[in-house]
Ligand binder design. Structure first.
Ligand code: NDP
Length: 293
């Protein structure tokens, strides 16, 4: 059976480390990092994510500002709010929870966020910096995946990494980070031919697809490391719903050398990395050296 990479405990360590650095920032520089979260509409999953982000931000000793807007809000109103947050010195990080309602162009909203406050790392400026290897704010979920991989493998140099999924928030930034770690990277997607065969070549297999339990045990190379980014709610026994990943955990854990569970794998890392990015943003905006956490 595969080693279970415990995202819960690894994220708890990261949050603890961020909390300690936030206390140092306050005592040495009288600065308390602030994160503004904007939630538009009533999407139930978004409400849960935002609630968790607010709680964890406060637990880390940071200021948390939540802006809840109705699902009918106009694009102009949302852009005005972002401009206001850009100008507010108490706000170091801005996160607009996606997805946004149809009347709003998400790309336009993201491009309005000050890149220095873009703690999601979605602004084209930060995406570009990541691609060319410059420092910037990097998307949280991919950073969380790298931390989990290194916790088990230590050095990723030379590994054959296959990512299934090419989104701007997971697949593409993760590919850039894995290249930085000297992996040989393949990004697969819905048009990839012989997907199972491609996956079987992977020393590191990452699923970020949004399809419940799609990656089967016979797609996994024996002894490889499997990171499951997917979060899918499906019908369970007795009419109750339960969360599963994009990997068939039962099957894959019998073949892989190590695997992340869902829940308790990548999910908790995303929030911990958001806190880390907020701390980073506060330091950069105040000309303070970013602490190593
Ligand atoms: P997107 O829907 O933006 O992208 C999905 C990707 O999967 C696309 O590139 C798509 O290919 C590819 N894909 C879809 N179907 C197939 C298929 N049958 N075979 C091969 N590739 C396929 O999703 P996200 O990247 O936003 O999210 C992916 C998953 O990760 C979701 O389950 C989401 O909930 C989860 N997630 C979890 C987070 C966490 O904190 N743990 C954070 C963010 C996301 P194509 O481009 O060709 O359409």
């Amino acid at each position: 059976m595969a080693h279970i990479i415990d995202g819960k405990s690894i994220s708890a360590q990261l949050r603890q480390s961020v909390t300690e650095q936030v206390a140092v920032l306050r005592s040495q520089h009288e600065i308390t990092p602030g994160l503004a979260v904007v939630l538009v509409g009533e999407n139930p999953a978004s409400q849960v994510y935002v609630k968790n982000k607010i709680i964890q931000t406060a637990n880390a000793g940071m200021n948390s500002y939540c802006h809840r807007l109705s699902a009918e809000v106009s694009e102009e109103e949302l852009l005005n709010l972002v401009e206001h947050l850009n100008a507010d010195p108490s706000v170091n990080g801005i996160l607009v929870q996606l997805p946004l309602p149809d009347q709003i162009d998400s790309d336009k909203v993201i491009s309005m966020i000050d890149p220095n406050k873009d703690v999601d790392g979605f602004h084209v400026m930060n995406a570009g910096r990541l691609t060319v290897g410059l420092d910037g704010l990097v998307p949280c979920t991919p950073v969380g995946c790298i931390i989990l991989l290194k916790s088990y493998l230590n050095d990723l140099t030379g590994c054959n990494a296959v990512i299934v999924g090419r989104s701007n928030i997971v697949g593409k930034p993760l590919a850039a980070l894995l290249l930085r770690e000297h992996c040989t990277v393949t990004i697969a997607h819905s048009r990839t031919r012989n997907l199972a065969q491609v996956c079987r070549q992977a020393d590191i297999l990452i699923a970020a697809v949004g399809r419940p339990e799609m990656v089967k045990g016979d797609w996994v190379k024996p002894g490889s490391t499997v990171i499951d980014v997917g979060i899918n709610r499906i019908e369970g026994d007795g009419g109750k719903t339960r969360l599963v990943g994009d990997v068939d955990y039962q099957e894959a854990s019998e073949v892989a050398g190590a695997i992340t569970p869902v829940p308790g794998g990548v999910g908790p890392m995303t929030i911990a990395c958001l806190l880390q990015n907020t701390l980073r943003a506060a330091c950069l905006q105040n000309g303070i050296q970013v602490p190593h956490v």
